[in-house]
Design a protein around this ligand. Structure first.
Ligand SMILES: *Cc1c(COP(=O)(O)O)cnc(C)c1O
Length: 466
């Protein structure tokens, strides 16, 4: 047997261990961070390891690694496992292409382009649209910001920043916009954080008022980031009204759909993005709502020239054959680039666009189940809103931070907390489309059972007083 065949046999054996663990210990036994290096031998040594020891250390690592695909993992904005996507990712690893040229990626180029083309159609972009696969949602937002900057001030690419550019995003938007402003030379102080309404959506009137103030002071409004699914509440900014403003003032509109941009696949929920075709760029993470392994991010642009203008560079040692449309390195941030497209393509190809739509709709159905449960139970206080897969609540007035930490430390279930308008609450996300309604109700049962057995949990009111 060749080395790779032997290792793949070992891989299959190890995956069986993982699946067994997921079933019987859906929340992995936690190793306390300060005891990590004493609990498990992670050291790298001069001497090689014999096969049996190698296998047993791998098993140990698998067993103690947090399980993100189980029905008790609700922590952040990914979870579950679409097996057809896993298959595609495993193939991508073994094939090991780099996506920069047709010469080394061949049909993988067409696979990436097909996803981009179909996604652009769903957004409603025209024939000049295209896109790329950045390393994540933060990077997608960064690339959009760089394009916006270059579109407003093309000389910036050669001379550096010489003009007072300012950008806009809502107070509830993802923190990457702040970092990106710093990386792009715009500066964190030149971001205007626009207020949100009572449901966490950017207020267009406030946006326009701020733009007018900035223009009167000599600033140059350059970029508006609208969010399709804010990180905490899962709120959708009113794209159509924001687009009215960005068109009026000739400002780049980017839609950050990292979390919930996947609704482009749903006839039922697409209305939440009404007006999206009027944006300059749009991004979504297939590793969030679409259950594809991390990371799988797609950035779309209405006019592919913008992507080219900001990201292409001549390189004779790299681009030696085929046209620009096939040499994807001409529009990517990196040089060598992992194949993130294949895993999404294998999923999409096997279940069809209709299957993707079902994945999306199912997550909203699960959220409806959770909301109905909370609303019908007086022990819960509800903090979030309909048309979202983030369900925010507190239970029996228990301090949500203490509750989430205790649930994690006792290996009960993994869930996080968030804040909005001064309230802090448990944020439960129904993003794992493998879950059934029963799994959602089971979560509440598990949580209530734990609280019952743990009278020491602090109440929120006590925390405030202390
Ligand atoms: C997750 C998220 C991001 C960041 O995406 P990464 O892939 O984690 O970098 C950006 N914006 C929103 C709204 C998100 O939810």
């Amino acid at each position: 047997m060749s080395d790779i065949s032997k290792d793949l046999a070992l891989f299959n054996e190890l995956v069986e261990v993982l699946l067994h663990e997921e079933k019987h210990n859906p929340v992995a036994e936690r190793i306390e961070a300060n005891k990590l290096y004493d609990s498990i031998d992670l050291s790298l040594n001069d001497a090689p390891l014999i096969d049996e020891d190698f296998k047993s250390i791998l098993k140990e690592v698998i067993i103690s690694t947090p399980k993100t695909a189980t029905n008790l993992f609700f922590n952040q904005l990914f979870g579950g496992r679409q097996s057809k996507a896993v298959l595609g990712d495993l193939l991508a690893v073994v094939l090991n292409n780099s996506m920069y040229t047709y010469k080394v990626a061949g049909p993988q180029v067409g696979i990436e382009q097909e996803i981009i083309r179909q996604s652009c159609d769903l957004v409603g972009y025209g024939e000049h649209s295209n896109g790329t696969f950045p390393t994540g949602g933060s990077m997608s937002n960064y690339m959009a910001l760089v394009m916006a900057r270059d579109a407003k001030d093309p000389d910036c690419r050669t001379d550096g920043m010489t003009k007072p550019l300012v950008i806009y995003t809502s107070k509830e938007s993802h923190y990457s916009t702040a970092k990106n402003a710093s990386f792009a030379g715009i500066g964190r102080n030149n971001i205007r954080f626009i207020a949100c309404d009572s449901e966490g959506r950017m207020i267009p009137g406030q946006l326009e008022a701020q733009i007018k103030v900035d223009i009167s002071k000599g600033f140059i409004p350059t970029y508006v980031n609208a969010t399709a699914g804010t990180t905490v509440l899962g709120a959708f900014d009113p794209i159509d009204e924001i687009a009215d403003i960005t068109k009026r003032y000739k400002i780049w509109l980017h839609i950050d759909g990292a979390y919930n941009g996947g609704v482009i696949f749903s006839k039922k929920y697409k209305h939440l993005l009404k007006g999206m075709e009027r944006s300059e760029s749009f991004s979504y993470n297939a590793h969030k709502m679409l259950g594809t392994p991390l990371t799988c991010s797609i950035l779309l642009v209405n006019d592919k020239k913008q992507l080219h203008d900001s990201f292409s560079n001549e390189a004779d040692y790299l681009y030696q054959t085929d046209g620009d449309d096939f040499n994807l390195g001409k529009t990517s941030f990196q040089c060598g680039r992992r194949n993130d497209a294949l895993k999404f393509w294998t999923l999409w190809k096997s279940i069809g666009t209709e299957g993707l739509e079902q994945l999306i709709d199912h997550q909203f159905e699960l959220a409806d189940v959770a909301r109905a449960y909370i609303r019908n139970n007086p022990d819960y206080t509800f903090y979030s809103f309909d048309d979202s897969i983030s369900v925010c609540f507190n239970y029996k007035n228990i301090d949500p931070k203490a509750l989430c930490t205790a649930l994690y430390e006792n290996q009960i279930t993994v869930v996080g907390f968030g804040s909005f308008n001064g309230d802090t609450f448990v944020r439960f996300v129904t993003i794992n489309a493998n879950n059934s309604k029963k799994d959602i109700l089971n979560f509440f049962e598990v949580l209530e059972g734990f609280v019952e057995k743990t009278p020491s949990l602090p109440k929120e009111i006590e925390v405030l007083v202390s």
